[in-house]
Design a protein around this ligand. Structure first.
Ligand code: GUN
Length: 282
């Protein structure tokens, strides 16, 4: 089975759009997401455009703030603080990565936790691990939605997460644990990675290495979630999973493109709506 992230994301966005139409009437204003991008990294620009397109589809307000590559950290922090204080803004997203002269962690921590639609602020990270209500990072949320929509059984099963990033690996491992999975976090330095991966009933790959996971590393029938987005020399988009060799072995698999990517954006819309609801009811 191919898990159609594009279609599931579309359903999620339609549901959000309907809720937004009703809520905007009730509260007299629409949710507002401001997206900040620094520099002109083509991949980042492409992601940001998709995010803006989705906000428009969902009926949100919002602004795209494009800052030059050479912008100072101080100026970026000033732009963020201005949005923190602006009552009309519900969500603030700073597209990562940032240029080397800017301290990423300082930028993440400058965003008001209640407007942190990425769920990257230490307050939200801590709350996630303490099982408190919080904003959960978009990609992990999207992965969990794909597992649910594909009716993948999680309770008691072995999930292997390949990758240990703050954005994907670590939070998705926590969410799988909450769903009663036995979780292993592997990574690019794991010895006998193939052996570890072959244990997985659910294999989530977010390691950032093109086509690293091949068919012989996958247990027959496993559900495989490919978070990777890599561009090959000839311009083709490929995942961290070698689709051609893995698809015949897996029970279910997400394609690249059209798997996790669209879900991340749908969950960003979901998180923005959460921030708006929290702010309107507090
Ligand atoms: N860069 C890659 N993924 C993400 C994400 O989920 N959020 C932000 N802000 N930047 C990213």
């Amino acid at each position: 089975m191919i898990i159609d992230g594009k279609q599931i994301a579309q359903q999620e966005k339609e549901a959000i759009r309907e809720q937004v139409a009703a809520l905007a009437k009730q509260y007299g204003r629409k949710p507002c997401l401001d997206v900040i991008i620094v520099g002109e990294n083509p991949a980042s620009l492409s992601y940001v455009r998709s995010k803006i397109k989705a906000t428009e589809y969902c009926g949100f307000e919002g602004e795209l703030i494009q800052l030059p590559e050479a912008v100072s950290e101080e100026e970026l922090l000033r732009v963020i603080r201005e949005r923190n204080e602006n009552e009309a803004v519900d969500g603030i997203l700073v597209q990562l990565p940032l240029p080397k002269h800017i301290n990423e962690q300082r930028v993440i921590e400058a965003i008001a936790p209640e407007k942190d639609v990425d769920g990257f602020h230490p307050t939200n990270v801590a709350k996630l691990w303490l099982n408190q209500q919080c904003i959960v990072p978009c990609t992990p949320l999207g992965i969990m939605a794909l597992l649910e929509k594909s009716n993948t059984v999680l309770e008691g099963r072995h999930a292997v997460v390949v990758g240990r990033s703050n954005i994907v690996g670590k939070p998705v491992a926590k969410l799988l644990l909450d769903k009663q999975c036995t979780v292993t976090i592997a990574h690019s330095r794991t010895a006998d990675l193939g052996e570890v991966c072959r244990e997985a009933d659910i294999l989530v790959v977010a390691v950032g290495r093109p086509q690293m996971i091949t068919g012989e590393m996958v247990k027959p029938g496993a559900t495989v979630i490919d978070v990777g987005i890599n561009r090959t020399a000839d311009g083709k988009l490929v995942g961290d999973v070698d689709y051609e060799s893995v698809a015949p072995v897996a029970g279910a698999i997400t394609p690249v493109p059209g798997g996790v990517g669209p879900m991340t954006i749908a969950m960003l819309m979901y998180n923005t709506l959460q921030c708006y609801n929290q702010r309107m009811t507090n």
